[in-house]
Design a binder for this molecule. Structure first.
Ligand code: NAD
Length: 411
């Protein structure tokens, strides 16, 4: 199943519960604008390479569109379109004054020098600068991009439009970024995992957790859940998985990753396993925090965790979602689980527009407040109407976007 088709299935499932009209469904599903641009650079060896850059702007009924920039070989228009739609529902679930967008390039950033990545980013901004901006569409980091890339976006955008730090979020703290933005998605995953497990009366020291992906989101999630007292027994990244049934030495794994440019390759203090084995481990909670589509009908039966927290975007495809839900697995959906990142991005955008610096404590407190409020709303709705958390979250998101669309007027 293609990524956008899968996003639509979740949308339609929730839309059926609120009797959304066909007209409104069409209006809310079809993206507002899709842009493809050629990105050409001279490589360090003198060769010319060309790539396609995508930006999909899905919906702006609730405000300027917001969404990450992904650099990963699997990026294509369909994937970007599905991720843009997810951003629309995500910003609405946590009630931020934004719509949804996403962008990316089908490149493996590890295969380019820093100079080449900078050139790629700047040429991409050359192609899209007139359709992004603080009141139009605000990019942010996602897989394969980071604060440095966001600094290049800000700098290149300024060449056309003048000083405008609110045109992009996830910037370095030293360059109009927000303290706590980098940790925010993983911290948010941790906060929500804690809230949900508390509601399910699970004690931290009895709870074994596995995380797939040890990049920005996975590593900060690991740090938070370790500090909260849970037992992290396995982690993985592109190099494979690392399993220690009695619990990993989390500070040690974090240190190892830091010392090896974000990679766990060669980590020997745990048993090596494959990524497929990690997904099937006998754990209480599974946190996919890398790619989309890692749990499908092909491997859903092998998943033994009773709780899945979707830290990545679209890690569980709809056919697998149905199989798991029928088996009583509780899934905290991506549009809520990883919304900490966009929430902190919103704080950064506010900070940039206020020209007033927020400190880390304030960021953490407000992040906790927004995520707790959103979690309670979705949890209560799911109990009240006997729905999965995913359907409840979509109902909250679609309801808010639909309402804004009607209030804004359609003529
Ligand atoms: P990242 O690039 O920092 O890290 C990705 C991690 O996944 C790395 O550890 C990488 O080694 C690993 N990985 C890559 N291929 C893999 C494979 N085949 N199997 C297992 N692991 C693999 O990316 P990130 O920012 O941490 O994003 C991870 C996920 O979280 C993505 O789905 C992204 O869309 C989502 N997300 C990120 C943010 C954010 O603020 N960064 C916000 C919301 C959602």
């Amino acid at each position: 199943m293609k990524a956008f088709e899968s996003a639509q299935l979740y949308f339609n499932r929730a839309a059926d519960h609120i009797d959304l009209t066909e007209n409104m469904r069409r209006l809310l599903i079809v993206p507002k604008r899709e842009v493809q641009v050629q990105v050409a650079i001279e490589r360090d060896n003198g060769e010319i390479s060309t790539f396609i850059g995508y930006r999909v702007q899905h919906d702006d009924a609730r405000g300027p569109m917001k969404g990450g920039l992904r650099y990963h070989p699997d990026v294509d228009l369909d994937e970007v379109r599905s991720l843009a739609a997810l951003m629309t529902w995500k910003t609405a679930v946590v009630d931020l004054p934004y719509g949804g967008a996403k962008g990316g390039l089908a490149i493996d950033p590890t295969q380019f020098s820093s100079r080449e990545l900078e050139l790629i980013t700047r040429r991409f901004v050359d192609g899209i600068h007139d359709v992004i901006g603080p009141d139009i569409d605000i990019p942010a980091p996602d897989m394969g991009t980071n604060a440095e890339v966001m600094a290049w976006v800000m700098n290149q955008y300024a060449k056309y439009h003048g000083f405008s730090p609110a045109c992009v979020t996830g910037k370095p703290v030293e360059l109009h970024g927000l303290p706590g933005r980098e940790e925010a998605t993983g911290r948010g995953v941790g906060i929500l995992t804690y809230k949900m497990l508390s509601r399910m009366a699970r004690k931290p020291d009895d709870t074994r957790i596995a995380i797939q992906g040890f990049g920005n989101v996975g590593s900060h999630t690991a740090k938070f859940i370790h500090e909260a007292g849970y037992r992290l027994v396995a982690v993985s990244d592109f190099s494979g998985g690392y399993y220690r049934p009695e619990g990993l030495d989390v500070p040690g794994v974090l240190r190892y990753s830091l010392e090896h440019k974000g990679s766990l390759a060669g980590y020997t203090e745990a048993q090596p396993i494959t990524n497929a084995e990690l997904l099937a481990l006998d754990v209480d909670v599974l946190i996919p925090a890398a790619l989309g589509g890692v749990i499908t009908h092909a491997n859903a039966d092998s998943v033994r965790a009773k709780i899945i927290i979707e830290a990545a975007n679209s890690p569980v495809y709809p056919d697998a979602d149905e199989m798991l839900t029928e088996r009583g697995v509780t899934i905290l959906p991506d549009i809520l689980a990883n919304a900490g990142g966009v929430t902190a991005s919103y704080f950064e955008w506010v900070q940039n527009r206020q020209r007033y610096r927020w400190d880390l404590n304030r960021v953490r407190q407000e992040l906790d407040h927004v995520l707790t409020r959103s979690f309670e709303r979705v949890w209560e709705l799911s109990i009240e109407r006997k729905l999965s958390l995913r359907t409840a979250a979509y109902i909250v998101g679609i309801g808010r976007v639909g309402q804004a669309t009607v209030l804004g007027g359609l003529s």
